[in-house]
Design a protein around this ligand. Structure first.
Ligand code: CO
Length: 136
């Protein structure tokens, strides 16, 4: 049964894998005019955050070839790497996904780039999109 008090999920950020932050940051920041938001590095990636309304664009540059972003760019080139949804109840959502047979990359939430708890779902269960979940 749907809990009507639950707040609606939203897109927290879109992670875009890039070869070099310096090359692409001017497009999003200067040409599109998205304000830059300071973010810590995470998962072996340097991250440039840009505000797009209530959502962020995160440009992800690999710090070393063996990082997740490094492998992604080597295999597919730059592009959309993942979409992060902020949900009302991260643990409950993970439990529902697990119960529904959705393959989880993170069995339990861990700390992400924005200092919030996150967990990734496997693209095999999400129409080929790497989905990250975080908290509202
Ligand atoms: Co992310």
């Amino acid at each position: 049964m749907t809990d009507v008090s639950r707040r609606a999920p939203r897109i927290a950020h879109i992670g875009i894998a890039v070869r070099a932050l310096d090359e692409i940051l001017p497009f999003y920041r200067d040409l599109l005019g998205l304000p830059e938001v300071p973010l810590d590095d995470a998962d072996g990636a340097r991250i440039a955050g840009l505000a797009a309304g209530d959502s962020l664009v995160e440009l992800l540059e690999s710090e070393h070839p063996d990082s997740p972003i490094g492998k992604f760019v080597a295999k597919r080139g730059p592009g959309i790497h993942h979409i992060c949804f902020a949900v009302d109840d991260l643990d409950g959502t993970l439990d529902r996904c697990r119960a529904a047979g959705v393959r989880l990359i993170d069995e339990t939430p861990r700390l992400g780039a924005e200092g919030k708890r996150i967990a990734f779902l496997h693209p095999s269960a999400t129409a080929g999109v790497l989905v990250e979940l975080t908290e509202l």
